[in-house]
Design a protein around this ligand. Structure first.
Ligand SMILES: Cc1cc2nc3c(=O)[nH]c(=O)nc-3n(C[C@H](O)[C@H](O)[C@H](O)COP(=O)(O)OP(=O)(O)OC[C@H]3O[C@@H](n4cnc5c(N)ncnc54)[C@H](O)[C@@H]3O)c2cc1C
Ligand code: SF4
Ligand code: SF4
Length: 416
């Protein structure tokens, strides 16, 4: 049998590649550094362009009309996928087409297959937690840095004996024919940009954090409440291009933040009680058919202010006064708000340097760059090395899925 394909990253892109290869009879090994698959698309509530719930969006491999959790399907329906969570690539040696890859696997303190999510362990120790109600595998995780005296009791009382506090990390070396990099993006936490006061005032959040507030599975049950005191939020301001298109941080446009900001503005206007929503922007970039989110936002009464945020003044009641320079009116305006939302840059994830270096890959602004710039080869990063999804730069889900399928098609052609 031919060697398996290694996929690094279990977000939408990596899982699509894994599922499609597995469907074609190709064994795959998926390495995911977190305890759950799904990547950044987990817990985002509704997804453009279809406005489906993120868990239920129609996967390419299911018949129209059949809704099934994409992530669970990838795990349960595919014997050809060997998923390694809490893992990362330690070393890559060998030659193109016959790589020897050493994978580091963190201790399996909770055996995911045995955990029935009864929650008993979480009652005894806060070292046990649930990453997300939609996590896959459906199991609690254990954080050894929070180890405490309740752990032993949790292990003793676990009804399925899923907990092993003595579990150890291990390395495993595998031979693989191809490597697919699907390591996605990280949403920049703009702690160093003073004018936005992120990390200083609790009611300043990023769009990813807002998505988790709006998610019915989130901590507030989807209610739009102020992080500072849990009071309802009625006045929301968003600001675009935070850290993007800025020579001090990232010179590139993060491409999708205008669309998801408008998606959020519409959800707030249509489904929550916010009475006042404004967006401060330099340009609104709604490519392809996403212009409809802009039109809907205007119909929903969202106010657009072209200009820059000059400063933030906190008030005693936890509201914030946002002072904005309006470049169309040539005036400074003051907006009192409950929640200030930053459309922060999408940056390369940490920890990819070793992979990039050992495979001698090209990079562009920190993301993986195609080996050559011919458009039909945009997913080819090297000899038997591919990249898809946001690993190539900010991308939406449909684009990530399309690229993953392109990778699959190239790998299948190579194995004929
Ligand atoms: C606020 C917000 C809202 C959005 N809304 C939408 C929307 O409505 N519609 C839409 O189409 N898109 C939306 N997106 C974009 C969407 O999140 C991405 O298109 C999608 O997540 C890309 O999938 P991916 O698999 O390429 O990357 P990711 O989702 O980033 O997944 C990458 C995976 O790789 C893992 N990983 C990273 N490095 C390593 C490593 N070294 N070793 C092992 N594993 C690693 C990560 O842990 C992660 O699980 C939104 C994004 C944001 C920020
Ligand atoms: S007690 Fe055991 S089965 Fe129950 S949630 Fe914890 S690990 Fe899972
Ligand atoms: S997509 Fe919009 S918010 Fe994001 S960087 Fe580009 S212009 Fe700015």
């Amino acid at each position: 049998m031919s060697n398996p394909v290694l996929i690094i990253g279990a977000g939408v892109a990596g899982l699509t590649a894994a599922v499609e290869l597995a469907d074609s009879g190709v064994p795959t090994i998926v390495v995911e550094r977190l305890p759950t698959i799904g990547g950044n698309a987990l817990d985002l509530y509704k997804a453009f362009p279809t406005d489906d719930c993120f868990y239920c969006f129609e996967g390419n491999r299911w018949r129209p009309g059949i809704r099934k959790c994409f992530y669970r399907s990838a795990l349960t329906d595919q014997p050809n996928i060997d998923l390694k969570i809490n893992s990362y690539v330690e070393n890559i040696a060998g030659e193109a087409g016959k790589f020897d890859v050493t994978i580091h696997i963190e201790p399996e303190y909770v055996e995911a297959k045995k955990c029935i999510m009864c929650g008993l362990c979480m009652e005894h120790s806060d070292a046990f937690s649930l990453v997300s109600p939609q996590c896959q595998p459906q199991a609690v995780t254990y954080d050894a840095s929070k180890a405490n005296e309740g752990d032993k009791k949790a292990a003793e009382e676990c009804p399925t004996k899923a907990i092993n506090l003595d579990a150890e990390a291990r390395d495993e070396t595998v031979k693989v024919s191809d490597i697919v990099i699907a390591t996605g993006y990280h949403e920049m936490k703009p702690v160093n940009i003073d004018e936005y006061a992120y990390g200083k005032y609790p009611n300043v959040v990023t769009q990813l954090e807002l998505a988790q507030i709006l998610d019915p599975n989130g901590a507030t049950g989807g209610k739009l409440l102020r992080p500072s005191d849990g009071k309802p939020t009625t006045r929301v301001m968003m600001v675009q291009c935070v850290g993007s298109r800025d020579e001090n941080y990232y010179p590139f446009c993060s491409k999708i933040c205008c669309v998801f900001a408008l998606k959020h503005a519409n959800i707030i206007a249509e489904e929550r009680d916010a009475s006042n929503i404004s967006v401060v922007y330099m340009d609104i970039r709604t490519y392809d058919s996403h212009e409809r989110y802009y039109r809907e936002a205007r119909q929903n009464g969202v106010e657009f202010v072209r200009g820059r945020v000059a400063r933030i003044e906190p008030r005693d009641d936890d509201t914030l006064d946002i002072i904005v320079y309006d470049s169309l009116l040539d005036k400074y305006l003051k907006f009192p708000v409950d929640l200030f939302v930053l459309s922060s840059a999408l940056e390369p994830p940490e920890g990819g340097e070793k992979i990039i270096e050992s495979l001698g890959l090209k990079v562009a602004s920190g993301f993986i760059a195609p080996a050559d710039l011919v458009s039909e080869n945009e997913v080819v990063a090297g000899n038997h090395v591919y990249a898809c999804g946001a690993a190539l730069g900010p991308a939406e889900v449909p684009e990530s899925v399309t690229q993953a399928r392109a990778v699959v098609s190239k790998i299948l052609q190579g194995r004929k």
